[in-house]
Design a protein around this ligand. Structure first.
Ligand SMILES: NC(=O)c1ccc[n+]([C@@H]2O[C@H](COP(=O)([O-])OP(=O)(O)OC[C@H]3O[C@@H](n4cnc5c(N)ncnc54)[C@H](OP(=O)(O)O)[C@@H]3O)[C@@H](O)[C@H]2O)c1
Length: 268
């Protein structure tokens, strides 16, 4: 039987690539966007309206798919946004907004699909997190924290759902060449800020890394491979050797040495 899959944030970037690859592999794909009306004619799969920070919007998307198919087999929690700035200067409202989109929304989506997955004795959930979620990166602390939180919750859920046939995993990309930098919230650069020089330099670095990142199709292929595994690992790092190595170095190096290396990398 064809698998029913919901990919959040399928209007662009990684989500769009995942949705198209799964469509090609004969999955029944539902994507989402905040503004599907404007763009849905350009897509070969249904694009449902979803604002991931709004519980009612999540309820309505999940209900639409269950009403039609009586199941959702796979949830790809992909919708997400970036945020940059020093912790001191990032507005509180933007911190909360980032957590609503990158953390609370995905959790509510998981809570909404679990009952139907349990009823059907099958479920796969892939949370698109980030290699940035394994370290508190400078000027990306809030993004690191929201992704890190979802990484940890995935670990908890895996154990809580151990007896069911519902498997969760994270896919943690390094830099991926999408338009994420044009859409993320950038705390404004302020001339007399103590962070002006370091933040300005790092903002350029962060943005330039995205342009040099892997293609979104690379992440989509990894997701497809994971969906074919009976017993996926908790986490899959998908990035350059240096990006993946950074996660292992954090585990094995003395803490201060690791911190020094990160600061050298970011010229702090
Ligand atoms: N690009 C990278 O370097 C990178 C690296 C690691 C992890 N990631 C993660 O990968 C995921 C996809 O990122 P991307 O690079 O493909 O970025 P993207 O091209 O900007 O795509 C983001 C998607 O999320 C949706 N979205 C944004 N805000 C939303 C909201 N409030 N409610 C519902 N949907 C929302 C957007 O849809 P609409 O605008 O149509 O609503 C869009 O489809 C994100 O979770 C991101 O954090 C990206």
């Amino acid at each position: 039987m064809e698998k029913i899959v919901l990919v959040t944030g399928a209007s662009s970037g990684i989500g769009k690539s995942i949705a198209y690859l799964l469509l090609e592999k004969k999955y029944v794909v539902y994507g989402t966007s905040r503004n599907p009306k404007k763009i849905s004619s350009k897509f070969n799969f249904p694009l449902l309206k979803l604002e991931v920070s709004d519980k009612n919007s999540i309820k309505s998307v999940v209900k639409k798919i269950i009403d039609k198919h009586s199941r959702i087999d796979i949830l790809i929690n992909n919708a997400g946004v970036g945020i940059t700035g020093s912790i001191e200067e990032t507005p509180e409202a933007e911190i909360i907004n980032n957590f609503k989109i990158n953390f609370f929304g995905p959790i509510y989506l998981i809570k909404s699909v679990l009952p139907v997955m349990r009823k059907n004795k099958f479920g796969r959930i892939i949370n698109i997190c980030s290699i940035a979620g394994y370290s508190g990166l400078p000027f990306r602390g809030i993004y690191s924290a929201s992704k890190s939180s979802l990484i940890l919750v995935t670990e908890s859920l895996r154990m809580e759902l151990n007896k069911s046939n519902i498997k969760l995993t994270t896919v943690d990309p390094g830099d991926v060449k999408t338009d994420i930098s044009t859409r993320r919230f950038h705390t404004p650069l302020v001339k007399d800020s103590p962070y002006y020089d370091t933040y300005k330099r790092n903002l350029n670095t962060i943005n330039s890394h995205v342009f040099k990142g892997k293609k979104p199709e690379f992440i989509a292929n990894k997701v497809f491979k994971i969906l074919n595994k009976n017993n996926p690992k908790p986490h899959y790092l998908v990035g350059s050797i240096i990006e993946k190595l950074s996660v292992f170095l954090k585990i094995f190096l003395p803490q201060k040495l690791y911190e020094k290396l990160l600061m050298m990398f970011y010229k702090l």
